[in-house]
Design a protein around this ligand. Structure first.
Ligand code: FE2
Length: 309
């Protein structure tokens, strides 16, 4: 019933330059829809009676089974426009911490992003072996135009990349901070996130410069579903709230893909999950985008999404 993370929502201040970045530099060049209007069903999340936005759904033409996810850019046009990146964000505070894009050849891809395409480097390439299964990976980080974190990752120990040149693929996972790791595990386990890939509890030293305070201990897991992108919940030893306002700059929400929204909503409601609205439908021109936001265990911005576009 659930098809993993379909896409990650990213707030942008100005759509044209954001498109140049995500489409031109990161390779999410397939525009599934480009729509401007009033988004229904957000009143409880935004505490505003109306939210007008330009929304662009992008897919990577190089998406693979381990980098399948898409990106939804959102420029808020009502109120004061796109809210700022939450203050005090290091990594793993309550809220969305990063979007991770899978790559073939992290070293080369990162060099191209930083040296030729002018991306801001947040972490130089690292090769690590993840506990507890000794799965190797290469990773690096760059910033999106709003200062949000983009991880570039190759699961070298899980997956032999499909043949071809070094390249960015689609989204592999979204990272977010939680209060209770066990509750998160159980909740997202029921949503089909079943394959634990890593679990660690400690300090990932290359992230230390990101924290505007003393680095907290990080307990994180990474869980991949059978299809779609995965999740990387993080529990910091000292928790702060950086969820920010819906639509804020950088990665700010994510969507679980479903093929029958009504059935999926009914299933979650039967578990006692509270929805912020009934399913809504947006006519995006080429077809319909349907969604319903719900309260996950930490009240993060998460929706079920059914796309016909
Ligand atoms: Fe990550």
């Amino acid at each position: 019933m659930f098809a993993g993370v379909d896409h990650v929502g990213i707030g942008v201040a100005e759509m044209e330059s954001a498109l140049e970045f995500f489409s031109g530099r990161l390779g999410f060049s397939e525009v599934l829809f480009d729509w401007t209007g009033e988004l229904p069903g957000l009143e409880e999340l935004t505490r505003a009676s109306r939210t007008r936005a330009r929304v662009v759904m992008l897919a990577s033409r190089w998406a693979t089974p381990i980098g399948p996810g898409r990106i939804r850019l959102v420029q808020t046009l009502s109120g004061d426009g796109t809210p700022p990146l939450p203050e005090g964000m290091g990594w793993g505070e309550l809220g969305i911490s990063e979007v991770c894009v899978h790559a073939r050849g992290v070293e080369l891809v990162h060099k191209e992003l930083v040296e030729s395409l002018g991306c801001v480097e947040l972490m130089e390439p690292q090769s690590i072996v993840c506990t507890p299964f000794e799965v190797s990976c290469d990773l690096s980080y760059v910033a999106d135009p709003g200062g949000g974190k983009i991880e570039v990752l190759e699961w070298t120990g899980l997956w032999r990349s499909l043949p071809g040149e070094a390249r960015l693929e689609g989204v592999n996972h979204v990272a977010f901070g939680v209060r209770d790791m066990q509750a998160t595990r159980e909740f997202y386990g029921r949503l089909g996130f079943s394959h634990l890939v890593l679990e660690s509890d400690g300090f990932f030293e290359p992230m230390r410069p990101w924290y505007p305070r003393q680095m907290p201990r990080q307990h994180m897991i990474l869980v991949l579903p059978g299809q779609g992108a995965g999740i990387e919940p993080v529990r910091l030893a000292e928790l702060t709230d950086c969820a920010g306002e819906w639509g804020h700059l950088g990665p700010m929400d994510f969507a679980i893909g479903v093929s029958n929204l009504e059935r999926a909503v009914a299933e979650l409601r039967s578990w006692g999950v509270v929805f912020h609205s009934d399913p809504v439908t947006v006519d995006v021109g080429s077809g319909e985008w349907r969604y319903a936001y719900f309260a996950d265990p930490d009240g993060l911005y998460v929706c079920l999404s059914e796309g016909r576009y």
